[in-house]
Design a protein around this ligand. Structure first.
Ligand code: ADP
Ligand code: MG
Length: 559
């Protein structure tokens, strides 16, 4: 018996709207249909485990196939299937509160994900690439009849008896002209790799040839033949779904290689695993930085129940960790809503601080357990740590115990250690600590040597992030200021050692100074006669730190 009906939405034809507004992201139709198929297999498994299904489960699987001549793409599964009534209920009644709302909302929607998620158009995304969609399905339920549904992209559909003999669902898309790019093995494989690579049931896409042993030859050596085997595109048990205790370093490294085949080995990783108050698993890797600018952002992949969603993880991962690599999987992140909503979402906020805390704890642990190894990695992780300290208060509070200051002598100190080291010599008359740094050791070498001679230590602060880090330290550290080595710090420090004796009389000093002053002729600079001792700098020309910063700022701001 064939039955005709109208899809229950209040607008004449929703599909032209879907097509038009979802244009940019057509490829996600496959993600939606394959995830539905996977869901169907997970549901039957669950029914079986609850004792509500007693038939054979069989090897649960999903298959994607295409026929370029017939212009079809088929997605089939041996999941729980649907009865005709269920098709009417789940497919015909589009799960959103009405076309009016839809018509209003699509105007604001910036991308396809947003509309699809918000209005539950998962299945209907098929109409972005097809002008006719057929469903053949057979429910797991006792005595269920196979059902058939077909719809041509208008609101009219037909439903009737189907032909499927085994439990499951088969969805056939009759690909339209715009969708023809998807009738290609290469293109489909690419989309499957992107979205479905870690789905929890095997997904077959065509076959591949494989060498297999086939007895031995006369000399007793094994013989090989090529056989066609199923091409399973996914890894059903990616490492983030396993317990950290089951995994070895090698597993993490292999997974990294799988995700980023062309990258260098990561420095270390953090396994995320939390189920309360939100659900989240994942592995975050600290990549090896080639230089500060070469790292790519957006390398973290966001999944929801093993379905790839996006690599735009902004707002979920704290800004300073955007340079990390790896995966995050959480069914609790609202995936398809607007950014402002995401920022306000309480789960997202919790996830964000959870990740910050985990990263801080991991760094603290590395620092404590093996300081030498930590120091070796410092040139790579320093950027993250400093960036985090600048941008996240909570991170600063933890990182202040493991951030390292590097001296021009190549030694590393914690903030506490450094304070202890320089306190006896580098205080000014107000009893404030003065940290001296260089931002360009090759150009400032003479100043560094001169400072060292006086017993002062000079910090290396020569990366772009250090400019901001210096201001942050000045705000956070009590009674401490930071001065560039070529600023006029020397006379403001109380030199607690023996003052070197000058070989010049006061009169001579004034005379030589005035010669220099005249030659330089710039009031911002200050000339000082140090000594005429042959292995020390006789004269230094410095600029006040405040003046210098003003000048730098003016230069940066272009006025
Ligand atoms: P969602 O997956 O968010 O529920 P969809 O539009 O993707 O929304 O699917 C609507 C419903 O149709 C599903 O919830 C499910 O009940 C049913 N469905 C879709 N595909 C299948 C399938 N392959 N097997 C069984 N049921 C399916
Ligand atoms: Mg769906």
């Amino acid at each position: 018996m064939q039955e005709k009906g109208t899809i229950s939405i209040h607008t004449e034809n929703i599909f032209p709207i879907i097509k038009k507004f979802l244009y940019s992201d057509h490829e996600i139709f496959l993600r939606e249909l394959v995830s539905n198929a996977v869901d169907a297999t997970q549901k039957i498994k669950r029914l079986a485990s609850l004792g509500q299904y007693n038939g054979e489960l069989g090897d649960l699987r999903v298959e994607v196939a295409f026929d370029a001549d017939k212009k079809t793409i088929t997605i089939s599964d041996n999941g729980l299937g649907m009865t005709a009534d269920e098709i009417k209920k789940y497919i015909n009644q589009i799960a959103f509160s009405g076309a009016t709302e839809f018509m209003e909302k699509f105007k604001e929607a910036k991308d396809a994900n947003e509309i699809i998620g918000r209005f539950g158009l998962g299945f209907y995304s098929a109409f972005m690439v097809a002008d006719k969609v057929e469903i053949q399905t057979l429910s797991y339920q006792d005595g269920a009849e196979p059902a058939y549904w077909v719809c041509d992209g208008s609101t009219e559909f037909e439903i009737g008896e189907g032909t499927l003999a085994e439990r499951g669902t088969e969805i056939t898309l009759h690909v339209n002209q715009e969708g023809e790019e998807f009738l290609s093995e290469h293109r489909l494989q690419e989309i499957l790799d992107k979205y479905c690579k870690f789905l929890p049931v095997p997904i077959k896409f065509g076959t591949k040839t494989q060498e297999e042993e086939d007895g031995v030859d006369e000399e007793g050596k094994p013989k090989y033949i090529s056989v066609a085997v199923d091409n399973i595109i996914n890894d059903t048990n990616p490492i983030w779904t396993k317990a950290p205790s089951e995994l070895k370093d090698e597993d993490y490294l292999n997974f990294y290689k799988e995700l980023y085949p062309f990258s260098e080995e990561p420095l270390f990783w953090i396994h995320l695993n939390v189920d309360y108050p939100f659900n989240l698993t994942g592995v975050l890797y600290f990549p090896k930085l080639k230089n500060d600018f070469e790292v790519q952002k957006n390398k973290i992949k966001l999944f929801s129940r093993q379905v790839f969603i996006t690599d735009e993880v902004k707002d979920i991962v704290p800004e300073f960790l955007m340079l990390l690599h790896g995966v995050i999987d959480s069914p609790d992140i609202p995936l398809n809503v607007s950014r402002s909503f995401l920022q306000a979402d309480s789960n997202v906020k919790k996830i964000n601080s959870y990740i910050t805390k985990k990263v801080a704890d991991k760094l603290a642990e590395l620092f404590k357990s093996d300081r030498k190894a930590y120091e070796e990695k410092w040139s790579d992780i320093g950027v993250f740590v400093k960036y985090g300290m600048i941008t996240e208060e909570k991170f600063y509070d933890k990182a202040k115990d493991f951030v390292l200051l590097t001296s021009t002598t190549k030694e590393n100190f914690t903030l506490e250690e450094y304070k202890e080291k320089v306190a006896p010599v580098q205080t000014d008359k107000d009893d404030r600590l003065v940290y001296i740094y260089t931002n360009d050791p090759s150009k400032q070498d003479a100043f560094i040597q001169s400072a060292n001679k006086k017993g002062y230590d000079v910090l290396l602060m020569d990366t772009p992030i250090d400019t901001h880090f210096i201001s942050q330290l000045e705000q956070k550290l009590e009674k401490t200021s930071l001065k560039r080595v070529d600023a006029d710090v020397a006379d403001k420090l109380i030199n607690k050692g023996e003052a070197p004796e000058s070989v010049l009389t006061e009169e001579q000093v004034t005379k030589v100074k005035s010669i220099f002053d005249k030659a330089i002729n710039k009031p911002a600079f200050k000339v000082e006669l140090e000594s005429l001792n042959p292995d020390e700098l006789p004269v230094t020309v410095t600029m006040d730190e405040f003046m210098r910063r003003m000048k730098d700022m003016a230069a940066m701001g272009g006025g």
